[in-house]
Design a protein around this ligand. Structure first.
Ligand code: CO
Length: 300
C-alpha cells in the first residue's frame, strides 16, 4: 500500500564529530551457519540461537546474497510471527510482502521494512524478480515482555528516507535506527534503543561510534575487511564486541574498501523461549501462540 518510487533529493546532513577514547575490543569472531529457510532460500544465519542471551535484545541475523534465482525464487510463503520485531534491509533486489491484515508493500534497493509482529501476524515475503542479484539482511529484535502482545505494526522505509552522512575520514554512514554523530536514524525504539548502521568505508578510513558499555553490540562485515583494535575481521564474519565496563564506544578501520553493519541495543534481561517463528518468555506462552495460530487468531 505504500509503494512510492518517487525519488526525493537527499538533504545534505551535517554530522558532528564523535569521540571515543576507550574503544571496545573484539570478544569473538563468528562465521555463521549456511542454511535455508522459507521455500528453499539459501542464507547464512550469522546470529544463531545459542547467541541470543549474549546479544540480547537481538534474536537472529540472517544474511542472504545470491545471483542464482534458484537460491531465492521460492521466497518466504505465508508464515506467522509473535513476540518480536523483524527488520529486513534489502541491499539489492525486490521483495513484495503481504500480511493477514491486508497490508502490502515493496521492499527494494536500500530500503528497510520494520515490522512489529506483537501478538501476531501471518505474512509472506516473496521475490518480485526472476533474475539478477538478491542481497540483504533480516534482523530479529526482541520485544520486552510487556510489549509482546501489542498490536502488530509495520513501516516500509524507502532508501531515500534513510538519513546518510559522510565523515571527513572517508566513511559513509546510513543511519537505519538510533543515532550516530548527531544524526537521528529512520527509526527510534524505546526500551532496547537499537542502533543499526550500514557503514561504507574507503580503504584506510576510520570510523568511531560512541555507545554505552551496557549495550550489547556486534559488527557484521559483508565486504572487505575491518580492523577492530588488535583483531582483523574478514568478510562474512561477525565480531561480537566486548562490554568492557570502561569502554565508551567502538573504533573501526577499513583494510581496503569495506562495508559492514554495526548493530547495538540495550539488553532486556528477560527469559527467551523460542519455537520457530514465536519468541516469548515462557513455554506456556509458546503453547498459547501455537494454539492461537492453529485457531486462526494470528490472522488479524
Ligand atoms: Co517473516
Amino acid at each position: 500500500m505504500q509503494d512510492n518510487n518517487t525519488v526525493v533529493p537527499r538533504q545534505v546532513i551535517r554530522a558532528e564529530a564523535e569521540t571515543v577514547t576507550q574503544p571496545r575490543s573484539v570478544e569473538q569472531i563468528i562465521a555463521g551457519q549456511a542454511t535455508s529457510d522459507g521455500d528453499g532460500v539459501k542464507l547464512t544465519r550469522v546470529l544463531t540461537q545459542p547467541l541470543q542471551y549474549r546479544l540480547d535484545p537481538f534474536l537472529m541475523l540472517d544474511a542472504f546474497g545470491a545471483d542464482d534465482p534458484q537460491d531465492y525464487i521460492g521466497g518466504f510463503p505465508d508464515h506467522p510471527h509473535r513476540g518480536f520485531e523483524t527488520i529486513t534491509y534489502m541491499l539489492t533486489g525486490r521483495m513484495r510482502h503481504h500480511d493477514s491484515a491486508g497490508n502490502s508493500g515493496l521492499l527494494q534497493n536500500g530500503g528497510v521494512q520494520w515490522m512489529t509482529a506483537g501478538r501476531g501476524v501471518i505474512h509472506s515475503e516473496l521475490p518480485e524478480q526472476e533474475q539478477g542479484r538478491m542481497e540483504g539482511f533480516q534482523l530479529w529484535l526482541n520485544l520486552a515482555a510487556k510489549d509482546k502482545m501489542s498490536a502488530p505494526w509495520y513501516r516500509d522505509i524507502q532508501s531515500e528516507a534513510i538519513p546518510e552522512f559522510t565523515t571527513p575520514q572517508g566513511a559513509k554512514v546510513r543511519v537505519i535506527a538510533g543515532a550516530s554523530h548527531g544524526v537521528s536514524g529512520a527509526m527510534q525504539r524505546d526500551v532496547t534503543a537499537p542502533l543499526y548502521l550500514d557503514l561504507h568505508l574507503a580503504d584506510g578510513a576510520e570510523f568511531s561510534q560512541a555507545m554505552a558499555a551496557s549495550m550489547n553490540a556486534f559488527v557484521y562485515v559483508y565486504r572487505g575487511e575491518l580492523q577492530i583494535g588488535e583483531k582483523a575481521v574478514p568478510q562474512q564474519r561477525m565480531a561480537i564486541l566486548r562490554n568492557e565496563p570502561d569502554s565508551d564506544g567502538v573504533t573501526l578501520r577499513a583494510n581496503g574498501a569495506s562495508r559492514a553493519l554495526l548493530i547495538a541495543g540495550q539488553p532486556l534481561h528477560e527469559p527467551i523461549v523460542q519455537y520457530g517463528p514465536f519468541v516469548m518468555n515462557t513455554q506456556a506462552e509458546i503453547f498459547q501462540a501455537i494454539n492461537d495460530y492453529r485457531a486462526g487468531k494470528l490472522a488479524g
